[in-house]
Design a protein around this ligand. Structure first.
Ligand SMILES: *[C@@H]1O[C@H](CO)[C@@H](O)[C@H](O)[C@H]1NC(C)=O
Ligand SMILES: *[C@@H]1O[C@H](CO)[C@@H](O)[C@H](O)[C@H]1NC(C)=O
Length: 259
């Protein structure tokens, strides 16, 4: 047991290599009481796990690791999370102040995603162990239909700041099209209005992934002559693909991974 613990304490360096399959409890043995060093080790592990999720080094996780559920729950409900989002919003405002020039032809555009960008899914995931339970699309969609999601802090302000610069705002989400009414109601209720188009996913579409779908939808906008100045997403799949924008902004989201 002592040997296992020593191995754990020294293996921090290798966490990134094996995090996908790694379970800290299995590694440490399940019966032993935690001591301070192990608790600190767990916090390091969870912080490292979250950091590597944000960096897109850890991909395709289905659930938040058991041992990090508390950590992730504390983070997404913390002032730190709000400050992280605020700083990202300020970077957008700075980018626009320094770089953006209005074309005057109505073709300057900005793209926002919905989940954990304009609307927070934290209240939903709070009922689902902050991502520690397997995802359940029908349970999530039932929650979306309630149209009761709060805005993500600072995003209503950013949304209107961007609009008042003269940019057209496109909202591009992988929410299904039959959730349109609930999504529109929810967006309006928390203070968003004046977007140009809300693009949602047709259940019949044959895109292989959210990334392919979103890139293809942006491609259509580019074909219509829009200049995409920026995208704000909380998933890397909202930002990548072959049609991107001049500036991409990734908001924190350790709750789930969407391809
Ligand atoms: C998913 O959620 C639905 C609706 O809440 C529920 O009926 C169903 O049993 C859940 N499925 C799983 C696999 O948990
Ligand atoms: C996907 O669907 C569109 C029409 O909905 C069709 O034109 C296209 O050929 C389909 N692509 C594939 C790969 O099946």
């Amino acid at each position: 047991m002592m040997r296992t613990r020593a191995v754990f304490l020294f293996l921090g360096f290798y966490i990134g290599l094996v995090a996908g399959d790694w379970n800290i409890l299995g590694f440490m043995g399940s019966k032993r009481e935690e001591d301070t060093a192990v608790a600190a080790g767990r916090k390091n592990y969870c912080e490292s796990w979250r950091m590597n999720v944000e960096l897109n080094n850890i991909r395709g996780f289905e659930v938040v690791p058991d041992e990090c559920v508390d950590y992730v729950g504390r983070y997404v409900t913390s002032t730190q999370y709000e400050v992280d989002v605020q700083l990202a919003a300020e970077e957008v405002i700075l980018f626009l102040a320094h770089t953006f020039q209005l074309g005057g032809d109505g073709k300057d555009a900005w793209v926002f995603d919905v989940n954990d960008v304009l609307l927070s899914t934290v209240p939903y995931f709070k009922q689902r162990q902050f991502g520690g339970m397997k995802r359940n699309a029908s349970a999530f969609e039932a929650w979306v239909k309630e149209a009761d999601a709060p805005a993500v802090a600072h995003m209503v302000h950013l949304f209107h700041h961007i609009r008042t610069q003269g940019l057209k705002v496109f909202i591009l989400s992988s929410r299904a099209d039959y959730l349109r009414e609930a999504t529109v109601d929810n967006l309006i209720n928390v203070g968003y209005h004046g977007w140009t188009e809300l693009i949602l996913r047709s259940p019949e579409d044959n895109y292989s992934s959210a990334e392919t779908y979103k890139a293809a939808e942006r491609e259509k906008l580019v074909h219509e002559g829009y200049r995409l100045w920026g995208i704000v997403g909380s998933q890397w799949s909202s930002l990548g693909g072959y049609t991107t924008a001049r500036r991409i902004i990734k908001l924190p989201n350790p709750l789930y991974y969407e391809y």
